[in-house]
Design a protein around this ligand. Sequence first.
Ligand code: PAF
Length: 293
Amino acid sequence: MLITRTISKTRAVIAQARAQGERIGFVPTMGYLHEGHLQLIDIAKQHSDFVVVSIFVNPTQFGPHEDFASYPRDFERDRKLCEARGADLIFAPEVSEMYPERSLITFHIEKLADRLCGARRPGHFNGVVLVVSKLFNIIQPDVAVFGQKDAQQLIIIKRLVQDLNFPVKIISAPTVRESDGLAMSSRNVYLNPEQRAQSTVLYRALQRAKALIESGERDAQRIISEMEKLIATASEARIDYIEIVSVRDLQPIARLDGQVLIALAVYFGKARLIDNIVLEVAGDQVREIPALP
Ligand code: PAF
């Protein structure tokens, strides 16, 4: 497995792989990898011959009071995990390599960033699409894999690729969970034992929502209220949002119909955890969609 730190070296290594007829797969990450990331590598390997993992904690997607400085980093651990999982290249640039100057060209995202995390983290998705566009231009992957745990990010990236004609196929991957249901996240490391024990309430709230919908409930506000009640039983939990939106445009819906995203963000101490489920509701039929096509 190779490691590159510069854009020029990365381009040279990938050009060589491509010259040998290899398809390039890409897994963008901010490091501190967990099993969820490693399964993205597995999926990239199934769809390509040469898998690039980027490890870059991207400053432009963090707000001024967010955890950019304290975001967990352990390159040596990440290197071993990527190697064991069969990645071919880690691209791990310094901030100065990716942003030698503040970017004067930025993005404006209509509609899709108005709600959910976009509403609570102003500018976050502009920073995400900026860095992902740069990474796509540097790596020029045939396929790129994103986890559905960050459903709003996934939907915005799909639209980025569609609107800007990036020649890359986006593949979504199901959320990977701990055995008690907690969605894997690099930020879970912030949880103390009590918060970790209580954090299972998030998955239970999503399952409660699903059960209500399966039993015929279609009123979004009633479902949200039930989820709030359940999460309120965890003394350490502070709800940032619980929303039910349509997958198509990420706008809130009053009654459930079609593809819906039930998403939440909840603080446990300094850890802001997000989780979601996507359901297809058609008449009295309800089906979970673990990975959006
Ligand atoms: O999902 C993440 O880890 C980041 O938002 C990404 C896609 C690597 C961009 O920095």
